[in-house]
Design a protein. Structure first.
Length: 418
């Protein structure tokens, strides 16, 4: 038997049928992915404003309490690589629906945890389940949406993520202040089930998905292929630094605002989540700007806004803290919109693995930098957190500046056939 017969190549569709902007399918896919992003971020980050309450109820330090989020993002980072291979064999939509539904159920179960270990185990299971959503969603958009509209669609997906992050944090803060953190998690889990149902109803079936039979055995070769790209590894590094800094900001700002000299209520601290509305705008705006002006010129500028916002939070002034977090949030979601759509444009098969590697870096940054920032908070308070995040954003800005010289794919030399 020849190698060709032993390893048949998948047959691509005769012609690519891209979803065009303005069509009914375009609206349905954007609505579905908006709900998908909403549910993913609401379920994943709803524990963030609850960390001070978990510290109180389970006698934890800030760094220990942060593991209620970090364990989920760490499990998610690992799961992303495995589910990308499953998605390349089984398809996009079924895996995404299962991921959203399972994560919602895990959040419901968290409300009944009897100790912190049980909570961590269920949060880890939630992270593993959600591995079937983010990278697969990026791959779906890259395959199904026409290239000129990909930036807009990716921006809308990230806008849904921003709205979910806001709604999850705000709901958790309000319910935990007046009822309990257990009630908060139960309500958010129920909302996640409704979002999963709407996602399943709205998302069009894949038309351009081509199954790949390699499975997990093809992961090493796929990783080497993406690592050899001139731009993708740098984009993965950006994801690690950007998300790690963003999560750290929101992880520990609650501890600062609950303590002197501010002494705010839990519900008022949770209202900071309204700043995610800025992220909803900036992600869509940056997606449009990237489609019009190019990612190279937009990325480093919006990242500079992140740095400016971070430094504004140093004074003990509520006005400056809120203004700084607003700028920081604007810059983060704008830069994430640009970098994620850039991965979608540069990635070659297996696309889901490229998206998984990007998001694996993204959530590893959330877990590792987020936890290390807790140590800085315990040792040096807010100036220590800012010093660490400034270093991380400085590295990210240097990468974004370097990517200005990255040659587009259609300008790269093509391999010469033997």
């Amino acid at each position: 038997m020849t190698d060709r017969a032993a390893h048949p190549r998948p047959v691509a569709p005769a012609a690519r049928s891209a979803i065009a902007a303005g069509s009914a399918e375009f609206k349905r896919s954007n609505r579905a992915l908006f709900f998908g992003g909403f549910s993913t971020f609401a379920l994943l980050y709803c524990v963030q404003p609850l960390m001070p309450l978990l510290s109180r109820d389970f006698a934890l330090s800030a760094a220990q309490s942060s593991w209620s989020l970090s364990i989920s993002t760490l499990a998610l980072a690992i799961s992303l690589l495995l589910t990308s291979a499953v998605s390349d064999r089984l398809g996009r939509k079924p895996l995404m629906v299962a991921a959203l539904a399972t994560a919602a159920v895990m959040t419901l179960l968290c409300a009944f945890s009897q100790n912190y270990l049980q909570l961590l185990l269920m949060r880890a299971a939630l992270g593993l389940a959600l591995g079937g959503m983010p990278a697969v969603a990026m791959a779906y958009l890259g395959e199904e949406i026409e290239p000129p509209s990909l930036g807009l669609s990716m921006g809308l997906y990230i806008a849904g993520s921003a709205f979910g992050g806001m709604a999850g944090r705000l709901t958790a803060s309000l319910l935990s202040d007046f009822l309990s953190w257990r009630t908060a998690l139960g309500v958010i889990g129920a909302l996640g089930i409704l979002a999963a149902a709407e996602f399943w109803r709205s998302l069009p079936r894949s038309k351009n998905f081509v199954p790949h039979a390699g499975g997990w055995g093809a992961l090493p070769a796929g990783m080497r292929q993406h690592a050899a790209d001139a731009g993708l590894p740098w984009l993965f590094g950006l994801a690690f630094l950007q998300m790690g800094c963003f999560v750290s900001m929101y992880n520990y700002i609650g501890y600062r605002l609950l303590a002197a000299p501010f002494g705010l209520r839990q519900s008022l601290v949770g209202a900071i989540a309204f700043l995610y509305l800025i992220g909803i705008f900036s992600s869509v705006w940056a997606g449009r700007m990237a489609d019009r002006l190019g990612r190279r010129g937009v990325l480093w500028r919006v990242m500079t806004v992140m740095v400016a916002g971070l430094l504004l939070t140093l004074p003990d002034s509520l006005f400056f803290i809120v203004a700084g977090m607003a700028l920081f949030t604007f810059g983060f979601f704008a830069s994430h919109s640009v970098t994620s759509s850039w991965v979608g444009r540069r990635a070659r098969p297996p696309q889901a693995l490229a998206s998984a590697l990007y998001l694996c870096s993204y959530y590893l940054g959330s877990s590792l930098i987020g936890s290390l920032s807790g140590v800085m908070w315990s040792s040096y308070a807010w100036p220590g957190v800012v010093a660490m995040l400034t270093t991380g954003l400085g590295l990210a800005l240097a990468i974004a500046w370097r990517l200005r010289r990255l040659a587009p794919l259609d300008e790269r030399a093509q391999p010469v056939k033997a």
